[in-house]
Write a protein that binds this ligand. Structure first.
Ligand SMILES: [Mg+2]
Length: 177
């Protein structure tokens, strides 16, 4: 079935995603993209704010899990420092590895979310797997290619904002009545 990659939630960065919000959504497993989501492409190790954010998720009973398309050992080294599990070469937007992971861990799609900076990989993969999708703005858009990629995602990011406006309008109208 054709899935439009409109995210369920859109935020400026990972730090805007509070553990309580995930808890209210019933999410207990958070799949995290690495490059341009947790850290910029050329950043070799996790920052202190990132470590604190990961710890706050764990304290809330949410498992953070690095789910990255990257090759090489960056995902492994981040996972090691952050004390989380990881999968690299995930081949998003393909869902094979995601589905296998949920099966292996015994997590239901309803309790799983994915957060990432790319609509055509992270969000599309999550949509096709039936999990909650959260898009953020890429950390670094200094490379013209990253910017072009972001520009191609604008229709879907705009669709999210439009849907949010409509929902808020409806909520306001129902309060008045
Ligand atoms: Mg990314």
């Amino acid at each position: 079935m054709l899935k439009f990659p409109v995210p369920d939630l859109m935020l400026g960065s990972i730090f805007e995603l509070k553990p309580n919000r995930l808890k209210k959504m019933g999410v207990t497993l958070l799949l995290m993209d690495l490059d341009n989501t947790l850290a910029a492409y050329h950043c070799p190790s996790p920052s202190v704010p990132l470590r604190n954010w990961i710890d706050s998720l764990k304290k809330a009973g949410i498992e953070p899990f690095i789910f990255s398309n990257s090759h090489g050992n960056k995902a492994e080294s981040f996972a090691h420092v952050l004390c989380v599990d990881f999968i690299n070469r995930a081949r998003k937007p393909e869902t094979k590895k995601l589905t296998e992971l949920l099966k292996k861990k015994g997590f239901s799609p309803k309790k799983t979310a994915i957060i990432g900076d790319q609509v055509y990989t992270d969000v599309l993969c999550g949509k096709m797997a039936g999990i909650t999708t959260i898009a953020i703005r890429p950390i670094d858009m200094s490379n013209p290619l990253y910017f072009l990629r972001f520009a191609l995602e604008i229709p879907f990011r705009y669709a999210y904002k439009r849907r949010l406006r409509i929902t808020k309008k409806k909520e306001k109208a129902s309060v008045k009545h």
